[in-house]
Design a protein around this ligand. Structure first.
Ligand code: AMP
Ligand code: MG
Length: 318
């Protein structure tokens, strides 16, 4: 039976025992295990049904720990770490040979970040090892932003969800790698491109949707509800075209009514993209639980976190 609890010492005990615990972060809940325990890491892949070619993100509590993990720290990586850590930015850097291949899917690089969540940081400080923590959802499903989402996904497969409230950012981290010391954006996320470019100038974006990518967040289909989901530019037309269907509507800020709209989730009444991002997954979880014919999402403005939200919605509708 999965227990939702804020008992930190119990979480520490389970992790020291080479088992796994779901943990809160400011992005989403993660399924965490000791990066050096083959047993724990294999259990993460197994429970998530995640293909082994998908590397995991290593979570640290401080920049000092980076020495243990990476062999190179390019100047622009340092600038980004100074600006955004602890926070929702993952850096992909050359790894030390001590990092197990199962963490990096055999790559020479490793993804690392310092989460900005008091519970995650306190837990990491209690441990003598970093944590690998991919999202605590079955592969391809909607990411969890509440302890209850994790519990309903995994029921008996994990012992414990460490309670940390609702995830403040509610979107996965932004992932940046380096080629010839220059940053490349691999995954849009909770920190916008604009914020990144304010620190390091114009960056390359390689955020293509791929069938067998080197990064799970880049799969064409990902973050998907079970209910058929559409991302549309013109809601009014779509609703008229499907007047015999029951619809769950995901709206940015507008109230839209029609007889076939059975439920509407408004992500931010004031039109704030950060607030909308933080509500995105919990609204998708809710709409997906209503047994409607379809979920219809409105395309977001293509700026700031609107880009990250559209990216997730595109992958949810494949
Ligand atoms: P998740 O933890 O499920 O949010 O996803 C982990 C993400 O980290 C993947 O989507 C990859 O994009 C990225 N990642 C992890 N390790 C590497 C790596 N060595 N090279 C490139 N991307 C990586
Ligand atoms: Mg994931």
């Amino acid at each position: 039976m999965t227990i939702i609890s804020n008992n930190m010492s119990k979480a520490v005990k389970i992790l020291n025992n080479e088992d796994i615990v779901a943990i809160p972060t400011e992005t989403i809940y993660g399924l965490a295990g000791n990066i050096y325990s083959d047993k724990a890491i294999r259990k993460i892949f197994e429970v998530k049904q995640r293909p082994l070619f998908n590397p995991l993100i290593v979570h640290l509590h401080s920049v000092e720990q980076l020495d243990e993990i990476v062999s190179e720290f390019p100047p622009k990586a340092k600038l980004l770490a100074d600006a955004f850590w602890p926070g929702s930015l993952t850096l992909v850097l050359k790894k030390k040979s001590t990092i197990p291949d199962v963490i990096t899917a055999g790559k020479e690089t490793v993804a690392v970040r310092i989460p900005n969540h008091p519970v995650a940081l306190a837990l990491l400080k209690e441990l003598s090892f970093p944590l690998a923590a991919p999202s605590a959802n079955p592969f391809n499903r909607i990411s969890p932003t509440k302890a209850l989402h994790v519990e309903s996904y995994f029921k008996n497969a994990i012992q414990m969800v460490l309670e940390g409230g609702e995830c403040k950012n509610g979107l996965e981290s932004t992932i940046i790698g380096f080629a010839n010391n220059e940053p490349i954006l691999y995954r849009l996320g909770a920190i916008s491109i604009e914020e990144i470019e304010n620190v390091v100038g114009k960056i390359n974006v390689k955020n293509k949707k791929e069938k067998t990518p080197n990064a799970p967040g880049m799969l064409a289909k990902h973050y998907a509800p079970k209910t058929k989901t559409y991302l549309v530019n013109n809601i009014d037309k779509f609703i008229t075209d499907y007047e015999d269907s029951t619809i769950g509507l995901l709206s940015f800020s507008e109230v839209i009514t029609a007889s076939n709209i059975k439920h509407i989730e408004i992500l931010s009444k004031s039109g704030d993209l950060k607030e909308a991002a933080s509500n995105l997954y919990s609204s998708l979880h809710l709409l997906d639980s209503l047994h409607l014919d379809m979920i219809v999402a409105q395309r977001f403005p293509d700026i700031g976190l609107g880009k990250s939200i559209n990216d997730r919605l595109e992958r949810a509708t494949k």
